[in-house]
Design a protein around this ligand. Structure first.
Ligand SMILES: [Zn+2]
Length: 228
């Protein structure tokens, strides 16, 4: 089986479905990650500083991929926190190219109503690229939650992240934490949700809901069962 995570920023692939991707790799599935954005906002800083930070994030993404058993890592360089300055068609085309090449069966991507706008645009581009056309080869699309973005939005009945799939990450949580350690610059101190302890606490809490020591929670958008 071919599995992929399509994410906005370097570190989202770990924060969201990291433990699950490791589980897939352990299971013998081919795992790919596509990161659409640069992941670093220039905020008017000197260009060489920005370039250095982006390079560092690229190296971190490679290291995290190695820890997680990701065999293919795709990168684009959409501007951080400014995906809305790029036509949605172009974002969708980047996803389409990747999907055409990798032909994934299972796709993990962002919940569409995260506070971070790049996450929402990524989610929309993925749904557009993977719309249910007659010759589609995918079998399942799932949304993940991203610490310090999904829960930061104002939730109401239509925008809340309401999971209906849980994946046991008891055996992979330690490696998820190790993969996150590659992103040194992105990790904060507990009780920030994007901290080592925060990631573990969240996994324990998700697990507890379904009788597991640790879990990652997903919203299954679409599952297609075909006999041929
Ligand atoms: Zn992100």
């Amino acid at each position: 089986m071919r599995v992929c995570a399509i994410v906005a920023h370097p570190d989202d692939e770990v924060l969201g479905p990291g433990g699950t991707l490791i589980g897939h790799a352990d299971n013998g599935d081919e795992v790919a990650v596509l990161i659409l954005g640069e992941g670093f906002a220039s905020r008017g800083g000197p260009r060489d500083e920005v370039d250095r930070a982006i390079k560092e994030l690229r190296r971190a993404a490679e290291k995290a991929a190695e820890v997680m058993g990701v065999s293919r890592l795709g990168r684009h360089n959409l501007p951080d926190n400014r995906f809305d300055t790029v036509p949605l068609l172009d974002v969708t085309k980047s996803v389409e190219e990747f999907v055409l090449d990798f032909q994934p069966h299972v796709i993990y991507t962002h919940h569409g109503d995260d506070l971070n706008l790049d996450h929402g645009i990524t989610s929309r581009a993925v749904l557009t690229a993977l719309r249910p056309l007659p010759d589609a080869t995918w079998r399942e699309i799932l949304f993940f939650e991203t610490a310090s973005s999904t829960e930061y939005n104002a939730w109401d009945a239509t925008r809340a992240f309401v999971p209906n799939v849980w994946v046991d990450v008891s055996a992979t949580l330690e490696r998820k934490v190790a993969a996150l350690a590659a992103y040194e610059s992105e990790i904060r101190e507990y009780p920030h949700p994007r901290s080592t302890e925060g990631i573990v606490v969240a996994a324990r809490e998700r697990g507890m809901r379904v009788g597991l020591p640790a879990a990652e929670a997903f919203y299954q958008v679409r599952r297609l069962i075909r006999w041929s």
